[in-house]
Design a protein around this ligand. Structure first.
Ligand code: AMP
Length: 446
């Protein structure tokens, strides 16, 4: 079904076409008519499914021409990056309309945000913290809000923003349309839904499909000691062109970036302790391809939309299985394919089980051929058999070894994933690194 059949004004159809959208994605095909009907909505859709346009287009349709009567739409986002990106999407899609918006988030001075509010806006896209700062003053009154969007609500729950969200919802008029978007709908989220929505229509977009169809998953077993070495080795490969490396903590992200730079590997970093200017600058360099490696923490990377990310490398196994899905949502976007590589120590092997369950497939464990593993072989990492995991060497056939669910699947996937990819073989750069005992820290005297 083309965009023109969804009941949108032609100016918005043209906006979508100008972005190269020929057909609505499944979430758009379902959510746009639902939002146009005026009903509340709960949509569970993974990031990367086109959910921003699924709410932005019908909202812009409802807005019509700019009015100076106070903000009519409020979109709440969990992170600054998301707020920024959602506002950009509104503007790209509403290119042929004259609506006005402001993005309110921390990390930047209040002045320009205040000026935009004084000049009059139709749409506010905000993070909860900065919005509450404004709500303490007199510049914003939410009594004119007609549509409230709560986006990525599962992440807001994770980040502990839920009381803020509730307080903000209470300030909006009861007669409004509320749209809730979330990659997952945990029970706690139903509580929020009960509080904020009235008789919502529910839309669920199958989550596993995009994950399994467009992303190849692989686990590389490694000891903690050799993780940096293995990362560096992987980044030497020609097919690792545009890579996001995920770390669990800010400190960890900084440490990885520092080590990469010591190895003359250009990279940028984003995490919550970086200033807004640094985050914008880092993303810009990565998006434009000036720097091929972005090191990020889970929260900071949420919502990053970069075309053509070839690999996501999970330097640490994510703390929550959900985060794995969010992380790999950065690659294989919009019908492209990508690789999700997870570096797993024997101690982390158990954490893979929940991820495999969530994505509905087992992930092959593949030692990196040609990498100089300490002790001559990769450590044993077997998510299906937790007791077997130990730093004891397993040899390169471990994923094809005895018993458990890895047995057949892992072997099959292994072929599928790496056949013809010249993994390790023949690349002189590949073999030049990681001689036995020559770890980064050793080479750099650390
Ligand atoms: P989102 O889930 O909103 O973050 O969108 C993910 C990516 O899909 C973004 O790069 C969008 O520009 C792109 N996208 C959204 N809708 C469409 C569409 N109908 N056709 C092609 N690409 C789209």
């Amino acid at each position: 079904m083309p965009f023109s059949k969804l009941g949108l004004y032609s100016s918005l159809v043209r906006g979508a076409q100008a972005l190269g959208y020929t057909e609505p994605t499944p979430i758009q095909a379902q959510a746009i008519p639902a939002v146009l009907s005026g009903r509340d909505l709960i949509a569970s859709a993974q990031t990367g499914t086109g959910k921003t346009a699924a709410f932005a287009l019908p909202i812009l349709n409802r807005l019509g021409p700019h009015r100076n009567t106070g903000p009519r739409v409020l979109v709440l986002e969990p992170t600054r990056e998301l707020a920024q990106q959602v506002d950009e999407s509104f503007h790209a899609l509403g290119k042929f309309t004259d609506f006005k918006s402001v993005v309110l988030h921390g990390g930047v001075t209040l002045g320009p945000q205040r000026n935009a509010l004084r000049a009059g806006v139709d749409v506010i896209v905000a993070t909860t913290g900065r919005l509450r700062e404004f709500l303490d003053g007199t510049l914003i009154n939410l009594s004119t809000i007609e549509v409230l969007v709560l986006d990525e609500v599962d992440r807001m729950l994770d980040m502990g923003f839920i009381e803020d969200v509730k307080a903000i919802v209470k300030l909006c008029p009861p007669k409004r349309q509320t749209l809730l978007f979330s990659a997952t709908i945990p029970p706690k989220l139903e509580e929020v839904a009960k509080f904020a929505l009235r008789d919502p229509q529910r839309i669920e977009i199958a989550r596993a499909k995009p994950v399994t169809e467009s992303v190849n998953h692989v686990i590389h077993p490694v000891t903690e000691n050799q993780k940096l070495d293995l990362l560096y080795t992987l980044l030497q490969r020609d097919d690792f062109k545009s890579v996001i490396v995920f770390a669990r903590t800010r400190k960890g992200a900084d440490r990885i970036a520092h080590q990469l730079r010591l190895e003359n590997h250009a990279c940028v970093v984003i995490h919550a302790e970086r200033t807004q200017g640094q985050r914008v600058d880092a993303l810009e360099k990565f998006k434009t391809g000036r720097v091929g490696v972005l090191v990020a923490t889970d929260i900071a990377a949420r919502g990053i939309d970069v075309a053509g990310v070839s690999h996501v490398i999970n330097f640490d196994v994510p703390l929550h299985a959900e985060d794995y899905v969010h992380r790999i949502g950065r690659t294989g976007r919009a019908a492209a394919t990508g690789d999700a590589v997870t570096l797993v120590t024997p101690q982390e092997a158990n954490e893979i089980v929940a991820i495999e369950k969530l994505i509905g497939q087992s992930i092959p464990v593949v030692p990196v051929e040609g990498f100089a593993y300490e002790g001559g072989a990769a450590p044993r990492v077997d998510p299906a058999n937790p007791l077997a995991n130990s730093p004891k060497r397993a040899g390169h056939q471990q994923s094809l070894g005895k018993g458990g669910k890895q047995k057949g699947d892992a072997g099959k996937n292994q072929d599928k994933t790496y056949k013809g990819k010249a993994f390790g073989g023949g690349n002189p750069k590949w073999h030049s690194k990681g001689k036995p005992g020559a770890h980064w820290r050793d080479r750099k005297g650390r």
